[in-house]
Write a new protein. Sequence first.
Length: 159
Amino acid sequence: MKNTKTLLSIFLLFAISVFTVSCSKEGPVYEKYLKMKNSTWDRFDQKYFEIQVDDISKSFDITFVVRVTTKLAYDEIPFYLILTTPAGEERIRELKIPVRENGKMVGELKGNIYETRVDLWKEISISTKGKCKISIENLIPIIQTEGIDEIGIVVTKSK
């Protein structure tokens, strides 16, 4: 009888611990995706994201998400990104995201879409409350790029 009570107590303590840890896990503070019409992104069609920053005591991780189809005719996609803080400071990134390697699609397969996530800024601090703006430009040198289905920005609190 005493062993049963001890086991029950241990199990109950374990269950409460697991519940507490799972409930304290925070999700993104911002997450937005922009769907491309007919999975096609026009060359000079810049995309914009606005992120409201209210807590300047924390640092953030900003992730760029690209979802493509097999119709994309390129091995990588070049992008030009500008982050403008509420204080007017700009942080600029040019990056190439691989979508094929040796003819095979890379990224996580979700249905018929391949998703790739890239960390843009880790532990970035914003000194002024207000709106952060991110502009993203597709740099593939043709007027319409078929096969880019969706792009997104995910912001989480840094650990």
